[in-house]
Design a protein. Structure first.
Length: 374
């Protein structure tokens, strides 16, 4: 596994903001396996239990606690560690909490991203001779919702009808502005910084215990032998296993380091199912994989506006990065259920997680994807 991604991460200092979160933990563990020196910057793990603690993801990294809304802390962090690659995942990542606390959502997702961009700008002179890559992770919800039956492309209009979506769309605008103003690809030889953004949504996988998410809520209900209350059974989403976009992030980072100007732009990472899958299908399949369980149609006291149909087009990543999703939605769900079953048994979750990463890497080799080989 350590030969993947052209061994480009071996020995490099990589900063992961939001490393105590669900995706951040998976990314940090994979980077460690690739031989990177990982520096994490984040608040405490967002839930109890959580992926970060269960897998011991923080044992062999520089674990720094801080808030991306603290511009001075980020400035000091970058000046001290001088990372060659930055993966920015720190966020308020949920739609419903975004409605409940819009100020925190906007300041974390938008201002926090700007703080990191500005810290990168302010430290670029100290590392001018070293290529650097900044990958900002946003969401599929940055696109202005038009309930289109085809997938949104990277150049489609951005927007957001709720605070979470709008905060991430605003972050995308800031990323584009900083890229063109301070890190233009045509002047890469002068600044040596390549900035990209990535958009993926409805990521599922082991270790996600967040509230207001379908699959984590389903797993918690199944483990407790309780029925799941489903708000919108017919909502269609682009479900994908966490390793699909994380592999995309890592491969994009590698490409930015080797050929920054060519890849410094937005990228979609989506699932095999172009039309998405309904929440009802997901829940019923999860119950079948678990071997027991039930769900009921929940009538919530407060109805928050959410998109009914949301899918993404990832043709650009397939064509220019030679990336593609490897798991069907039911394979992704099977890996997720297997992780939670192992957790309930009391297995070594670090080993379970690494084995899932190894299995995914082997699948990449079977499909001859360039990131899966040295």
């Amino acid at each position: 596994m350590h030969h993947s991604f052209g061994q480009i991460y071996a020995g490099k200092t990589v900063l992961v903001t939001g490393h105590t979160g669900f995706k951040g933990s998976w990314l940090s563990l994979w980077l460690q396996a690739l031989g990177a020196r990982v520096v994490g910057f984040s608040l405490a793990p967002p839930t109890n239990p959580n992926m970060f603690t269960l897998t011991g993801a923080g044992q062999d990294i520089m674990d720094v606690r801080g808030d991306v809304r603290d511009a001075a802390a980020l400035q000091s962090l970058l000046a001290t560690h001088q990372p060659q690659v930055i993966f920015h995942l720190a966020a308020q990542p949920l739609v419903i909490p975004g409605y409940q606390d819009p100020l925190t959502t906007f300041t974390t997702n938008t201002t926090g991203t700007i703080n990191l961009l500005d810290a990168t700008r302010n430290t670029q002179h100290a590392t001018r001779n070293t290529p650097r890559a900044l990958i900002c992770i946003t969401t599929d919800k940055v696109y202005e919702n038009q309930e289109m039956p085809w997938g949104y492309r990277e150049n489609d209009r951005l927007g957001g009808a709720d605070p979470y979506s709008a905060s991430k769309a605003m972050a995308e605008l800031a990323i584009a502005a900083y890229r063109q103003s301070y890190f233009p690809p045509e002047k890469y030889d002068q600044h040596r910084v390549a900035v990209a953004s990535t958009r993926a949504g409805n990521v599922i996988g082991g270790g996600d215990f967040a509230p207001y998410r379908l699959v984590p809520d389903c797993m918690k209900a199944l483990m407790a032998d309780e029925p799941l209350g489903l708000r919108n059974p017919n909502a269609v989403r682009p479900w994908q296993h966490v390793l699909e976009p994380v592999a995309g992030y890592l491969w994009l980072g590698a490409c930015l380091l080797t050929d920054g100007p060519r890849f410094a732009e937005p990228w979609n990472f989506g699932p095999q199912e172009r039309r998405g899958v309904s929440t009802r299908q997901i829940v019923e399949k999860a119950i079948k994989l678990w071997g027991s369980g039930a769900w009921t149609h929940l009538e919530p006291e407060v109805v928050w506006k959410e998109s009914h149909l949301l899918t993404m087009n990832w043709d650009k990543a397939a064509r220019l990065l030679n990336w593609q999703p490897l798991y069907t939605w039911d394979q992704a769900l099977a890996e997720t259920v297997a992780w939670f079953k192992a957790y309930q048994r009391g297995d070594d979750m670090a080993q379970v997680t690494i084995e899932q990463i190894k299995r995914y890497t082997l699948c990449g080799r079977e499909h001859h994807l360039p990131w899966s080989n040295s």
